[in-house]
Design a protein around this ligand. Structure first.
Ligand SMILES: Nc1nc2c(ncn2[C@@H]2O[C@H](COP(=O)(O)OP(=O)(O)OP(=O)(O)O)[C@@H](O)[C@H]2O)c(=O)[nH]1
Ligand SMILES: [Mg+2]
Length: 474
């Protein structure tokens, strides 16, 4: 891919600058510059240890010295890294000044760079330049954000393999396949009389079928990709007082949620993050569900069911120290129905295993059609089984997938579905003996959707949406 700056209205001539490390106290903090005058600006604010300016910065070297005010007053003792384009993140000249990590110092250093002609970078502008200058594609740019945000081993691995180009390469292979079929069809339109080796409809249909299978496989990788990226949503549901909040606290290993012996303690959904076997988990405690006239409790119960609707894994909790109540039965029945409609993985949890047991667990299993796990949120017995149950849930949700480069965003899924639909239409046209012009038009649509996905075709709205997610300095 060549430079796209000309197609997209951005003034890349300007040198941009930002504080690239988080604000606060740190061992070091970095001010980053990118653009034509980045190295020149460094030269004008840098002083050698022995005093005096330095004008001869070599690429890919680190310089020890001071950054100074215009009158020579020292601001900080620093290490400045100089990288000349195009072998840099942005493909432009890049300078990184590692200062002491204090916000006053960093603001001062940035101010100095701005006074010397740099412009304050917008959020994600370094990465946007990396994209516009062809160093990374759009899917990789999205991976940069995900990598920075990743909070679990899975999220990190998925984002890193995307940044490394694994997903992009898969998409490029699909695009190559499409272009190949399209060019054969276009050749047969342009040179109908010539003795070109033009594939028969049957062969073209077969080729398109293979491409479509790959597209479908990638669409199916979305559930897993989303779980890798955002974490799996585990929702705890049950009637009041069965120990939902206690279980949440036990899994979090801290007293996060209020627990009391009074039914109806939790009034709202409460979400916390934790990691289980490298997976990010969003665990959600909910208000107990029961017949009530209390308006706050009613809303709470409604929110509980809404959360269950969006769950990947539902923990249906009962208090096994008492017989199942009519309220339990009704709720379990609803949750079993939910499992059927949303595809969530349901686990029946019999809590309070430390007390004498009175609930009919066969009935529990029959009502939910799910595995039953015994726990005591009080003593911690059975928590390992719950964790393993959640992992089994993740496995079953992703059973269609062994892929290591899943798609991770709704945006990816939409584009792939569009590609798939265009391939279907093309195949129908071939089967129905329609003119090859129709087939070519469908395949061009598919190709266009792929270009939007990888960013070869620029859409300013999409770009802005993506890069606005970034923080300043990246
Ligand atoms: N013995 C025993 N008591 C438990 C256990 N889990 C919870 N409890 C007790 O049951 C009561 C209710 O616990 P909560 O965690 O507040 O129950 P909840 O389901 O969140 O209740 P609501 O928020 O009102 O819907 C508290 O007194 C807990 O100490 C358990 O495993 N064993
Ligand atoms: Mg509660």
């Amino acid at each position: 891919m060549g430079s796209k700056a000309a197609d997209y209205n951005i003034q890349q001539e300007e040198t941009i600058a930002a504080i690239s490390t988080p604000m606060g106290e740190g061992g070091i903090g970095v001010v980053r510059l990118s653009g034509k005058t980045a190295i020149d600006i460094l030269a004008r604010m840098f002083q050698n240890p022995a005093g005096g300016a330095r004008g001869d910065f070599e690429s890919r070297r680190v310089y020890y010295g001071f950054i100074v005010e215009e009158d020579g007053a020292k601001i900080d003792e620093v290490l400045a890294t100089v990288m000349r384009g195009p072998a840099t993140y942005t493909r432009e000249d890049v300078v990184e000044i590692s200062c002491h990590g204090g916000s006053a110092i960093l603001k001062k250093a940035l101010r100095r760079a701005l006074d010397l002609g740099a412009r304050m970078a917008q959020p994600g502008e370094f990465s946007k330049r990396a994209f516009l200058n062809g160093r990374i594609d759009l899917v990789q740019a999205e991976a940069v954000i995900d990598l920075i945000r990743s909070k679990s081993e899975r999220a990190w691995k998925t984002a890193f393999s995307q940044l490394d180009g694994k997903l992009s390469r898969k998409l490029n292979r699909i695009e190559d396949g499409l272009v190949n079929v399209l060019s054969q069809i276009e050749a047969s339109i342009d040179f109908p009389d010539e003795e070109l080796e033009i594939a028969e409809n049957g062969t073209l249909i077969e080729n398109l079928g293979n491409i479509k299978a790959k597209v479908t496989e990638m669409v199916n990788s979305y559930t897993m990709g989303r779980i890798f990226r955002e974490g799996v949503a585990v929702v705890i549901v049950g009637r009041p007082n069965v120990g939902k909040s206690s279980l949440m606290n036990a899994l979090l290993e801290k007293d996060r949620v209020i627990v009391t012996p009074i039914p109806g303690t939790t009034r709202d959904t409460i979400e916390e993050a934790l990691e289980i076997s490298g997976f990010a988990v969003r665990i959600i405690d909910t208000a107990g569900v029961r017949q009530t006239t209390d308006p706050a409790e009613l809303i709470g119960a409604e929110r509980a069911m809404e959360a269950a609707h969006e769950a990947d894994v539902v923990l249906a909790l009962i208090d096994a120290s008492v017989p199942l109540t009519a309220g339990d039965e009704e709720l379990l029945d609803r949750l079993a129905g939910l499992k059927a409609s949303t595809g969530a993985y349901l686990i029946a949890v019999a809590n309070k295993s430390d007390l004498p047991q009175q609930a009919d667990l066969n009935q529990l299993a029959a009502l939910t059609g799910a595995e039953v796990i015994h726990v005591s949120a009080l003593t911690g017995a059975g928590l390992g089984d719950i964790r393993r149950g959640i992992i089994r849930g993740i496995d079953s949700l992703g059973e269609t997938l062994s892929e290591s480069a899943p798609i991770t965003r709704e945006r990816h899924r939409e584009k792939l579905l569009a590609i798939s639909a265009s391939i279907d239409t093309a195949v129908e046209a071939l089967r129905g003996g329609l003119g090859r012009e129709y087939v070519a038009a469908d395949l061009r649509d598919a190709k266009e959707a792929m270009e939007e996905l990888t960013g070869k075709a620029l859409d300013a709205d999409v770009l802005n949406r993506i890069f606005n997610e970034f923080c300043i300095g990246k």
